[in-house]
Ligand binder design. Structure first.
Ligand SMILES: [Zn+2]
Length: 341
């Protein structure tokens, strides 16, 4: 039967407590970093709530009709909604369907239907308003579970109608051990992988598939060479833009990585403790570069890149190459001029 990840114990306990006190809400909002396993947690809660034998008192039994259908991915009392493609929106038609589904009686004998909305912040305005209406008139026969890595992007009115369950980034030993077992990677330590994944263990898979770990070494070299006069920022930006076939993804990964590296450079200046550093294996190179740069300028560079990141992932369609060129030029001109003075 479905199992939770080891770092999700506190949150399931919270829900079991609510259930024991008959206070299980009609809408939950699960939030946490990418890779923390929100979808699996929501499915576990759904299977558990619908289990005809245990019903939140113990883990789902795995035997009853509801659990059997769940295992066959065909439990009619669970509906999972998510954007059709990565980065896509959840539109009003989808939410209208969900609204009419929620108004039906449950199919199995448990008087409950569960609707999971993954990446809930991807709902467009009209979809969100449509969902809000249902949340305003809750039914005792359906429960909504919204999932989001960016809950602040949800309508305040939606957030206020949900019981919030938060997952913090995890760097505990049990999570490091889980990464060890799940990815069995001999080239890099699981501690490093988890730091780079921002405390979202499942995200490690994506980093390994993308060759993120080698890419970050190249990016650090680029930052260093941009500080030297003969390097052309336009050429560097072009390489960044072509890191993967998908240009937006290239730019997103590049900017994310630059922010991690610059963050480390800042931290090395402020408080050079190993536990604060993400790229622990590059510590010597980071030290070397950090020594040549000015703290205030580093912080401003970070802010500039963050601003560009928001442009890239925001609703306006910015050109990814243009954004990367701006970043490379900013880094070169801004940090370089400091050294020459
Ligand atoms: Zn069961």
């Amino acid at each position: 039967m479905i199992k939770l990840f080891p770092w999700q114990k506190t949150q399931i306990q919270q829900i079991i407590e609510m259930s024991k006190q008959k206070r299980l809400p009609h809408a939950l909002l699960l939030s946490g970093p990418d890779g923390i396993g929100l979808k699996k947690f929501a499915l576990f809660v759904a299977a558990n709530r619908l289990c005809l034998i245990n019903e939140m008192q113990q883990p789902p039994c795995g035997e009853c009709q509801s659990c059997q259908l769940f295992l066959g991915r065909s439990n009619p009392d669970i509906k999972l909604i998510e954007p059709e493609k990565e980065g896509g929106q959840i539109k009003i038609d989808t939410i209208r369907e969900v609204v009419s589904y929620a108004s039906l009686k449950s199919f199995l004998n448990n008087n409950m239907k569960i609707i999971i909305i993954s990446q809930a912040d991807a709902m467009n305005r009209s979809a969100a308003n449509s969902l809000l209406k249902v949340l305003e008139e809750p039914s005792s026969q359906s429960m909504f579970i919204l999932l989001s890595h960016r809950p602040s992007q949800l309508l305040v009115t939606i957030r206020s109608r949900c019981q919030k369950i938060n997952f913090n980034p995890t760097y505990e030993n049990e999570s490091i051990e889980w990464v060890d077992g799940a990815f069995n990677n001999s080239n890099f330590s699981s501690d490093l992988l988890l730091r780079l994944a921002g405390g979202g263990p499942l995200k490690v898979k994506k980093l390994l598939e993308e060759d993120y770990l080698d890419y970050r070494v190249n990016l650090l070299k680029d930052l260093d060479s941009l500080n030297k006069r003969n390097t052309n920022p336009v050429d560097i930006a072009k390489n960044w833009n072509e890191f993967s076939k998908d240009k937006i993804k290239s730019a997103e990964t590049t900017i994310f990585c630059l922010m991690q590296l610059i963050n480390d450079l800042v931290r090395l200046k402020l408080c050079p403790k190993m536990e604060n550093i993400v790229n622990i294996d590059l510590i010597e190179d980071l030290h070397g570069i950090s020594n040549t740069l000015d703290l205030l300028k580093l912080i401003r560079s970070y802010d500039f890149i963050l601003l560009k990141y928001k442009e890239l992932v925001g609703p306006m369609n910015y050109n990814s190459l243009a954004i990367l060129e701006e970043i490379a030029l900013f880094w070169k001109n801004y940090n370089h001029s400091m050294i020459m003075k």
